[in-house]
Every structure is written in C-alpha cells, then in structure tokens.
Design a protein around this ligand. Structure first.
Ligand code: HEC
Length: 157
C-alpha cells in the first residue's frame, strides 16, 4: 500500500531537488566582463601563461621529463593572479567582483600546481598523471561556470 502522505513528501523532495538544480545551472558567472579592464588584462595574461605551461607539461610528461614538469607546474603556481602584480585597489576589485566559488576554484588550481611540481620533483609519474588530469578538469569546470561569454561552446547543446 502506498502511504499518501509519504508519497506527497517524496514528491515535494523531488521538486525541491529539481528546482535547486536549475538554480545551480543558471547561476553562471562571466567574471571577465565584470572586472575593471586592467584587472581583466592581468587575468587574461595569467591564463595565456597557464595555457603555455600546460602545453609544455603535456609534452614533458609524454617524454618522462620530470624537471620540465616541475619547472612549469611551479610557474603556474607562481602566476597566481592574486599573488602577483596587483595593486591593492585591483585586488579589492577582483575580490569584490568574483564569487567565492570562483576564488575557491582559482585557489584550488594553484594548490594542484604545487602538488604537481612536488610529484615531479620526487619523480612520481603516476601522481603527476593523476594531478594533471584533475587540473585539466579544473580548467574546464571554471570556464564552464565562470566564463560563460568567453567560452559559449560549453553552453551549446
Ligand atoms: C578559477 C577559474 C579558472 C581556472 C581554474 C582556469 N581558468 Fe582559464 N579563464 C578563466 C576566465 C574567467 C577566463 C575568461 C577571462 C575573460 O573573459 O576575460 C579564462 C580564459 C582563459 C583563456 C583565454 C584567454 C584569452 O585569450 O582571452 C585560456 C587560454 C585559459 N583560460 C586557459 C586556462 C587553462 C589552460 C586552465 C587550466 C590549467 C585554466 N584556464 C583554468 C578562469 C579560469
């Protein structure tokens, strides 16, 4: 026998899950277009540097060149936008414009790059592969959720 009140409760629960899911999906940020232009330029410079290092790391990993992986991963870590040439004013602009989620993702990437550099320094190739693939997922996740206009291809069906 189906208990009607339990059924009602579970219908409500499902409705609740679906509606909160759709809010998450529609809560996309396009941080680039919201930032002051000078801060945006620094963010883009950071991204271009990160892409360069990522490409070099791919090349070095397939050749087993740990020192190159370590150097480039360290470079990604050091290019962290919050840690470099920002004036106090620019830093404030970034922090007040960006969502906590964006800042959390940015920090996570930089932690991963430090872990990758360490794995490369000790010559742990299996760990390098694991962390590097997590880093690539992090690029895609952030571009999907926080750069909706720069990368519209993530939102096409
Ligand atoms: C914390 C979020 C975040 C992470 C993580 C992230 N990106 Fe980005 N990236 C952005 C945002 C935001 C933009 C768009 C900036 C804009 O619209 O001005 C961007 C833009 C770019 C661009 C385009 C730059 C241009 O020419 O305009 C490249 C290339 C890029 N990212 C590479 C990477 C790579 C490679 C990774 C991973 C190793 C990565 N990003 C990880 C946020 C992130």
């Amino acid at each position: 026998m189906i208990n009607r009140s339990r059924l009602k409760k579970s219908m409500f629960f499902i409705f609740f899950c679906v509606s909160s899911l759709s809010t998450t999906v529609s809560a996309q940020e396009d941080i680039g277009s919201e930032l002051p232009i000078d801060v945006r330029v620094l963010l883009i410079q950071e991204m271009i540097a990160i892409l360069g290092s990522t490409q070099t790391i791919t090349d070095a990993m397939v050749r087993g060149e740990d020192e190159v992986v370590a150097r480039e991963a360290q470079q990604i870590h050091d290019s962290f936008i919050l840690a470099q040439e920002l004036t106090e004013e620019q830093q404030q602009a970034l922090i007040s414009t960006a969502s906590d989620e964006f800042l959390r993702k940015d920090e996570a990437l930089h932690k991963m790059s430090a872990t990758l550099a360490e794995a490369a320094r000790v010559g742990n190739k299996a760990e390098q592969r694991e962390i590097f693939s997590q880093m690539l997922n992090a690029c895609v996740a952030c571009h999907t959720d926080h750069a909706a206009k720069r990368f519209p291809a993530f939102h096409q069906e």
